[in-house]
Design a protein around this ligand. Structure first.
Ligand code: CTP
Length: 489
C-alpha cells in the first residue's frame, strides 16, 4: 500500500464517511471511477462510489443522519443506497464476493472483503480504492496493479477475462468505451491481447444483455473524440456483427476488371471521427451548445445502404446509386431491432441519411438559387447538422480533390446564407392554404386542392414567384383555371 498525493480526499464528506464507518465497526473505501480519475486528471468526478466491508445501506443511513441529509435512495434488492451532498453523488455498496447466474447480468451476491470485491470488478484501472480508515486515510489499495496499467494505458481485467466478461458481458463494451474515452493522442489506452481474444470467444454472451444497455454503450462510444477506435475494436472482436450486422457489411473492397471501390467501413468511421472533430470545434467556438448523439448515429449510418445498391457497370466502374434512399429506408428497421426510439430522433437520423448527398451534389454541379432553396426547405431546422455531416463526408486519398470539394462546399454554404437572407424558406409555410382554395372555389376536400397547393409550393421553391401571398394567389388562380375551376367569389 502506498500513501498517495494529498488533496484527492479533501472534501469533508470523505472524513465523515471514515469516522462513521469506524463508529459502526466497518471498513469503508472509495473505489472505481473516482480513484481512476484522480490519477488520470488530477481530480475525481462528482460520482463517488463507496464500498463497505459490511452493509452499504447501514453506513449510508448513518452518514446521512450525521449530515442531516434527508433524501436518501435505498435499493434493498441491490444492497445499495445513494444520496447527494455538496453537488456530489455518493453511492454506498457492501463489498461483494459475486458469482453470476449465466442467464442474466444479476449477480448472486455474498458478503466479501475489499480484495474479493476488487477482484470481481471490471478492470484493474477501475478496481483501485482509497482507504477511509483513520490509520491509513487516503492510502491507495491497488492489489492488481491498476496504477501501473493506468500509466501504461492498459485495459485489463483483474480476473481471467473469460470469467469477468462472461459474468457481465456489458464489460466487453465498457472495455471498448474506456479504450476510446480515456485515450488521448499522447496517451492511448489499449485493451490487452488476452482480453481481445476473450471478447472474440464471448460474443454470444451479448445475448443476455438488453438492447437498451448495448445502445447506451454504443452512444457513449460515439460521443468520444475518436469513435472509430471503438468501432474498429468492435469489428475486430466480432461484437459488431452481433450488434449491428449491417455495418459490418460495409467492410471490404471488391475488384472487377482491376477496378476497386472505396472501403466503406473505414470511410464511414472516418466520417464519424470527422463529425466528432467538427462538432467539438464548433462547441469550442461557441457555435454549438453540446454534442449531438443523433448526428453521430446519422454519420454511422449514412452509407448503410451502400451494400444493397452496389453495382458494377463495365466501363463506368462501381456505383452506389440510390444508396441514400435505401439507407433512409433501413433506418427505422435498424432502430426497431436495436429498441431505439422510433420518434423524431429516428426521423432526424433517417432524414440526414436520405439527404446526405444533396449538398455535395450541389457542389459538383451549378449552384442555382432554386436548388439551394429546395435544400433549405427539405432540411428545415436540421440544415446546419446536414451541412456538418456533408463536410465530414468529404474524404479522399487525393488531397487536391479534397481541397477542391471543400472550396466548393464553402461556396454552397455561402449561397445558403444569401438565399436564407432573401427568402424565408426554412420554415416554409405555403401562403395558399387548402381552406383558402376551398373557399375561393366553393370546393369540398378533393385531390385538386393538393395539386394546386403543390404547384404553388414548387413555384416558390424554384424561384418562379416570390414567397408572398399576392404572387401565390395569382398563380393559384391561373392553375385552378387550368383545372376548369371558376371562383365563386
Ligand atoms: N463496475 C463493474 N462492472 C460493471 C460496471 C461497473 O465492475 N459492469 C464497477 C467498476 O469498478 C466501476 C464502478 O463499478 O469503476 C462504477 O461504475 P460506473 O459508474 O459505471 O463507471 P465509472 O468507472 O465510475 O466510470 P464513469 O466515469 O463512466 O462513470
Amino acid at each position: 500500500m502506498a500513501t498517495i498525493t494529498e488533496g484527492f480526499l479533501d472534501a469533508p464528506i470523505f472524513s465523515v464517511i471514515g469516522e462513521t464507518a469506524a463508529e459502526i465497526g466497518v471498513r469503508a473505501f472509495v473505489i472505481g471511477g473516482y480513484v481512476r480519475d484522480c490519477f488520470l486528471y488530477g481530480k475525481g468526478s462528482g460520482d463517488i462510489d463507496v464500498v463497505v466491508e459490511g452493509s452499504g445501506i447501514e453506513l449510508a443511513e448513518a452518514v446521512a443522519r450525521k449530515l442531516k441529509v434527508r433524501k436518501i435512495a435505498v435499493y434493498r434488492n441491490f444492497g445499495t443506497a445513494m444520496f447527494h451532498r455538496d453537488g456530489l453523488e455518493i453511492e454506498f455498496v457492501g463489498a461483494r464476493k459475486e458469482s453470476y447466474d449465466r442467464t442474466s447480468r444479476k449477480p448472486i451476491v455474498e458478503d466479501g472483503t475489499i480484495e474479493e470485491d476488487q477482484l470481481r470488478r471490471d478492470f484493474t484501472i477501475n478496481a483501485m480504492a482509497f482507504s477511509l480508515q483513520k490509520e491509513d486515510f487516503g492510502a491507495l489499495v491497488d492489489p492488481f496493479g491498476g496504477i501501473r496499467d493506468l500509466a501504461e494505458g492498459i485495459i485489463r481485467t483483474p480476473l481471467d477475462p473469460d470469467v469477468t466478461y462472461s459474468d457481465d458481458p456489458l464489460r466487453m463494451l465498457r472495455a471498448v468505451r474506456f479504450a476510446c474515452r480515456l485515450s488521448t493522442p499522447d496517451h492511448p489506452f489499449n485493451i490487452v491481447p488476452e482480453s481481445i481474444e476473450s471478447m472474440k470467444r464471448n460474443t454470444g454472451r451479448l445475448a443476455i444483455l438488453s438492447k437498451e444497455r448495448i445502445v447506451e454503450e454504443l452512444s457513449k462510444i460515439l460521443l468520444t473524440s475518436r469513435p472509430s477506435k471503438g468501432f474498429f475494436l468492435l469489428e475486430e472482436t466480432g461484437l459488431l456483427k452481433e450488434i449491428l450486422p449491417d455495418l459490418v457489411k460495409l467492410k471490404g473492397v471488391e475488384t472487377v476488371d482491376g477496378k476497386g471501390h472505396k472501403e466503406n467501413f473505414s470511410h464511414t468511421l472516418q466520417v464519424v471521427d470527422n463529425v466528432a472533430a467538427l462538432e467539438e470545434a464548433a462547441i469550442e467556438r461557441g457555435e454549438r451548445a453540446e454534442k449531438n448523439v443523433w448526428l453521430r448515429w446519422a454519420a454511422l449510418l449514412h452509407d448503410i445502404g451502400k451494400p444493397a445498391s452496389k453495382r458494377f457497370a463495365p466501363g463506368t466502374g462501381w456505383t452506389f446509386h440510390g444508396h441514400e434512399v435505401i439507407g433512409g429506408r433501413m433506418v427505422p428497421e435498424i432502430f426497431r431491432k436495436m429498441k431505439m426510439p422510433s420518434n423524431e430522433k429516428m426521423k432526424y437520423v433517417q432524414k440526414l441519411v436520405e439527404l446526405h448527398l444533396r449538398p455535395i451534389a450541389l457542389v459538383d454541379g451549378e449552384v442555382t438559387d432554386s436548388a439551394v432553396r429546395r435544400l433549405i426547405f427539405d432540411a428545415g431546422d436540421d440544415l446546419e447538422d446536414l451541412m456538418l455531416l456533408c463536410n465530414a463526408d468529404i474524404t479522399s486519398k487525393n488531397p487536391a480533390k479534397v481541397e477542391r470539394i471543400k472550396a466548393n462546399f464553402r461556396l454552397v454554404s455561402e449561397k445558403i446564407v444569401q438565399v436564407e437572407a432573401k427568402d424565408a424558406i426554412r420554415n416554409f409555410k405555403n401562403p395558399i392554404s387548402g381552406d383558402y382554395i376551398m373557399e375561393v372555389y366553393g370546393l369540398s376536400p378533393c385531390n385538386t386542392i393538393g395539386l394546386i397547393k403543390e404547384r404553388v409550393k414548387d413555384a416558390i421553391l424554384d424561384g418562379e414567384i416570390p414567397n408572398e401571398f399576392e404572387a401565390a394567389d395569382a398563380l393559384m388562380r391561373e392553375v385552378a383555371a387550368g383545372y376548369g375551376l371558376t371562383p365563386v367569389k
